[in-house]
Design a protein around this ligand. Structure first.
Ligand SMILES: [Mg+2]
Length: 359
């Protein structure tokens, strides 16, 4: 037996936690990188460790991939009270933003586009594109996504915006203010994880090989980070998929795994997340020291919580969580789905136009 550390994400925070565990000498994760069938893998862990470990892992995967909970009127009412609809409370938001420069940050998947089975087909509607374009004409605006920046641009196709891809690790924007610029003129603003590119490419190839036997598993290269989607994987295969992911990255201390909505995110260990991207963009826009800025961040995912937290810490603007059900969040307001996000963006534009007309 040897002592190893078992790393599983904490069910609440999603942060990987290491637990010491006695392991048989025959490797659980063989150095050769060969796959181990799940049944054999469970046998090697022993009955007691298995139960706790599997339950903790499954709980974490379910928690990070929440399906709709059964209706719980009390929970919902209490949650709605503390996180009211941004549409219902729009006048309150107007009042708070009056006289300040609004800056709009938008997540992509689940916020502007619906969550779909095939992540390559998470298209934005033309109506939503128009709404985002109208917003970007009036306010500095950015898309902040876990996806590869180029892919998000291909979906959105608006040159007026800043794009922060790979969880903010790849930021590009219009070179002059937030007015329309040709894509080719966009200047690289920030790529803090550039040194990790060769490793990420290497792990991408290894992951494709390692999970190809699991039906529905999809590995996405987001350039500065990787995603392993399990949206289309049967739940009974989730643990096996998690093990294969861990098997690949166990030798890469420079990388860490976090959870999104039915997705494992593999990214560099550097302290850089969507919250840092928001701070970087606010600073780039000249609002770092300003008390007259009102950032609005709209997102649906656990990774958006870093951005919500930054706004709370700055005591500026507000976070809006896109969710149909109660979730623990740093956001102040909620919207139920992308259609409501579009309504909110339209109201923001109408309100600003009326304000400009009155001046
Ligand atoms: Mg999202």
């Amino acid at each position: 037996m040897t002592n190893q550390k078992l790393v599983i994400p904490d069910a609440k925070s999603g942060i990987p936690m290491a637990f010491p565990i006695a392991m048989p000498d025959s490797a659980l994760f063989p150095l050769s990188g060969n796959r181990l069938p799940l049944k054999k893998l469970l046998k090697k862990l022993g009955p007691n460790a298995n139960g706790a470990r599997i339950n903790a892992l499954l709980d974490s995967m379910r928690a990070s991939s929440p399906t709709r909970r059964p209706s719980d009127a009390e929970d919902r009412a209490s949650w709605n009270l503390h996180h009211p609809s941004a549409l219902t409370m729009f006048e309150e938001i107007e009042a708070a933003a009056t006289g300040k420069q609004i800056v709009v940050f938008l997540d992509y998947d689940g916020t502007l586009s619906p969550i779909v089975e095939d992540p390559d087909r998470a298209f934005i509607t033309s109506e939503m594109r128009e709404a985002v374009r109208d917003v970007a004409k009036l306010f500095p605006s950015a898309i902040v996504s876990g996806r590869c920046r180029a892919k998000v641009y291909d979906f959105v196709q608006l040159t007026e915006l800043y794009y922060a891809g790979s969880h903010g690790m790849d930021i590009k924007g219009p070179s002059k203010g937030h007015k329309s610029q040709k894509r080719g003129n966009q200047t690289v603003l920030c790529q803090p994880a550039r040194a990790f590119l060769p490793i990420i490419d290497e792990v991408y190839k290894a992951l494709i090989e390692q999970v190809k036997h699991i039906p529905g598993a999809k590995v996405e290269n987001n350039r500065f980070c990787l995603s392993v989607h399990y949206r289309c994987v049967e739940e009974k295969k989730w643990v096996e998929l998690a093990d294969q992911v861990k098997l690949v990255i166990k030798d890469y201390s420079q990388l860490r795994v976090t959870h999104g909505r039915k997705v494992f995110e593999i990214r560099p260990t550097i302290k850089w997340d969507k919250g840092n991207a928001v701070e970087f963009l606010l600073e780039s826009l000249g609002f770092d020291e300003s008390s007259d800025v009102f950032p609005i961040y709209v997102g649906d995912d656990r990774t958006d919580e870093d951005a919500f937290r930054v706004l709370r810490e700055r005591d500026q603007g507000l976070g809006i969580l896109v969710s149909k059900g109660p979730k623990e969040t740093n956001a102040s307001y909620t919207l139920q789905e992308p259609m409501e996000v579009m309504d909110f963006l339209r109201r923001l534009v109408e309100w600003k136009k009326v304000s400009l007309f009155r001046q």
